[in-house]
Design a protein around this ligand. Structure first.
Ligand code: SF4
Length: 284
């Protein structure tokens, strides 16, 4: 289970190299959804933690108060919410930090983008509709239940996420369905383009084979798909095979997007680029 710890922080607006905002805001440290492939596990500070990922959430209870003070000093134009945590975890119902933070950003006319996989965000439609929410990247997937049980047993059900995206789109909020991670030979995209025909674009991100716990992830995949285990192990060490495999994924996406007349992007991590994913070192 996840332990909530109330903490106070000295800073909430942290500079970022992610091109979705000048600063990032993370109202919590840790995440109860505990995805095995979460890139935050590879974050320098988090990987040095003695507490296992998923076992704790430090709730930054003074985040709204800090935000008001720092807005006055730093005068940000745009921010990104949720670069190293999930902002809309169940604890939001208890603490209401995001509700306060979004209201403060709206009040000061600061634009924001949000990364999430939580349907709880659909409860914020009135606040998100005030004109300052630029984009919500909403992580989805279509993996089988047994794979989900191995890789993200505590994250919200995919169908609930799809319904939340429908709700946000119905209120004209800019949502990008973000299919992540893509697993070669496993991920099924064929219905995704139709399912989100209202979305202007769909984005995809391949599984990052440079994560520090990739061997654990490959073991989990191999348990559910034993026939694919050797191929996944080969992807870890054979650059040509790795690149050819992702090229096939790209081709499948090109063909589906043409049929659906819907644009898409896919982000594929470079082979052997040991966790240079720039999200990793952004301050929390
Ligand atoms: S929801 Fe996001 S932050 Fe939380 S564990 Fe999953 S990937 Fe990491």
């Amino acid at each position: 289970m996840t332990q909530y710890n109330e903490v106070k922080i000295a800073r909430i607006l942290n500079p970022t190299s992610i091109d979705l905002g000048e600063y990032v805001i993370n109202p919590t440290k840790g995440c109860e959804f505990c995805c095995l492939y979460c890139y935050v596990r590879s974050n320098k500070t988090v990987s040095r933690e003695m507490r296992p990922w998923g076992s704790y959430v430090d709730v930054r209870i003074n985040a709204p108060e800090r935000l008001e003070k720092e807005i006055a000093l730093k005068k940000p134009q745009s921010v990104l919410l949720g670069s190293t945590t999930e902002c809309f975890q169940p604890l939001e119902k208890q603490y209401g930090l995001m509700r306060q933070i979004l209201k403060i950003l709206n009040k000061h006319g600061i634009f924001y983008s949000i990364l999430t996989r939580s349907p709880l965000i659909a409860e914020f439609v009135p606040i998100l509709s005030e004109g300052f929410c630029k984009k919500i990247y909403f992580t989805i997937n279509t993996m089988r239940d047994d794979l989900k049980m191995s890789l993200e047993p505590r994250s919200p059900a995919f169908e609930q996420r799809f319904e939340a995206i429908d709700t946000l789109l119905a209120h004209k909020i800019a949502v990008v369905p973000y299919f992540s991670p893509v697993f070669p030979w496993i991920s099924d995209f064929k219905d995704v383009f139709q399912r989100f025909s209202q979305a202007r674009q769909i984005e995809f991100e391949g599984l990052n084979f440079n994560l520090i716990n990739i061997e654990e992830i490959v073991r989990a995949l191999g348990t559910v798909y034993p026939d694919l285990k050797d191929r996944y192990i080969r992807l870890l060490s054979d650059k040509d095979f790795y690149e050819a495999t992702w090229e096939l994924v790209r081709k499948e996406l090109v063909s589906l997007s043409i049929k659906a007349k819907k644009s898409y992007n896919i982000y594929i991590h470079r082979f052997g680029d040991y966790f240079k994913n720039k999200y990793a070192d952004d301050r929390r």
